[in-house]
Design a protein around this ligand. Structure first.
Ligand SMILES: Nc1ncnc2c1ncn2[C@@H]1O[C@H](COP(=O)(O)OP(=O)(O)O)[C@@H](O)[C@H]1O
Ligand SMILES: [Mg+2]
Length: 314
């Protein structure tokens, strides 16, 4: 398999808002579909389409919110008239939704269900890979811990049992991968490092299996060229301002790329080979062809040859 991450069934993409988390989740999903996996990208903000829609061959998308996850759970899990009574009960909904962690548990239960070979939803086809467009870092980490917390609080009974099963698969790095998305800027990088620490703390440490540096500016000029442009821009400033402006713009982009490299080094120091890099795409909007470019980049930079050959199965 070209991208070792794709051997997992559940991939959580998390990161600070605005870093391109949704874009990267789709690119990962596309890489999955390109590898022949029936893949679904699920967004947990819950403002998209609550039906499984096909974006590209083998690539589906779904938006999950706690309310509909709850409805589905009741329909499938609670037998007969009891479900009906519970569904109609506003008190039950208010109570369940106000229970700390219940929303997260319902969402993650739905994700887990999608990643099962046998789905509990009648007539639903199984997926080989579920990519989660998770909420921003802090909340994303909390979601991963919820099932264990529930299992410990409930101890016995069906909810405890199911929460435990889900918690076990999340703790299993062969089943679940947590991936952080970051731009090469100071705040998102800080947040990625904090997330990594938060995940590795506690009795059940989780490891970031990959960090995806998104929207990296290209290296256009060498340091010598930049110095040359700098003096040319100063010389032109008074005599030919129309020539100075494009030089100054190019220099500004060059400096931005330089500060990006500093942040890239910080990530490289902490994550080494787990770091994958995606370029900044200068297109107006990112559609399927651009996502495909990103998917190919992931296959290229994420295909650690050592683990790739190890994981190749006929
Ligand atoms: N590699 C990239 N190159 C250029 N633009 C990007 C890239 N990744 C994301 N974007 C753009 O950045 C904006 C935010 O991306 P999005 O995936 O919605 O971020 P998030 O889900 O983290 O809030 C979108 O307009 C998206 O098209
Ligand atoms: Mg998003």
């Amino acid at each position: 398999m070209s991208l070792p991450l794709l051997s997992r069934r559940l991939i959580f993409a998390t990161g600070k808002g605005g870093v391109g988390k949704s874009t990267v989740a789709l690119a990962l999903g596309l890489a999955g579909a390109r590898a022949g996996l029936r893949t679904i990208v699920v967004d947990l903000e819950g403002d998209g389409d609550p039906h499984e829609t096909e974006l590209a061959p083998g690539l589906f998308r779904l938006s999950v919110d706690p309310q509909s996850a709850m409805e589905e759970y009741l329909t499938v899990k609670v037998p007969g008239p009891a479900a009906h009574v519970l569904r109609q009960s506003r008190l039950f909904h208010t109570f369940a939704m106000a229970t700390p962690g219940m929303r997260e548990l319902l969402c993650i239960g739905k994700l887990w269900e999608l990643a099962q070979f046998e789905r509990r939803t009648p007539d639903a086809d199984a997926f080989d890979l579920v990519v989660v467009d998770a909420p921003a870092s802090g909340h994303g980490a909390a979601i991963l811990r919820t099932p264990r917390t529930f299992a410990e609080i409930a101890r016995v009974g069906p909810i405890a049992h199911q929460a435990r099963t889900i918690a076990d698969t999340i703790a299993d790095p062969a089943f679940t991968a947590v991936v952080a998305v970051s731009t090469p800027e100071e705040m998102p990088v800080n947040e990625t490092l904090e997330l990594s620490e938060r995940l590795s703390a506690g009795p059940e440490p989780l490891e970031l299996q990959a960090v995806i540096l998104n929207a990296r500016y290209p290296d256009r000029f060498t340091a010598a060229e930049a110095a040359h442009m700098d003096s040319a821009a100063s010389a032109a400033a008074d005599t030919a301002p129309e020539a100075a402006t494009p030089l100054q713009l190019a220099l500004a982009e060059h400096r931005r790329a330089e500060t990006q490299r500093e942040q890239e080094r910080r990530l490289r120091e902490s994550f080494g080979d787990r770091l994958m890099v995606l370029p900044f795409l200068f297109e107006r909007s990112l559609r399927l062809p651009e996502l495909e470019r990103l998917a190919r980049e992931l296959e290229r930079t994420g295909g650690d040859p050592a683990s790739a050959s190890k994981e190749q199965t006929p």
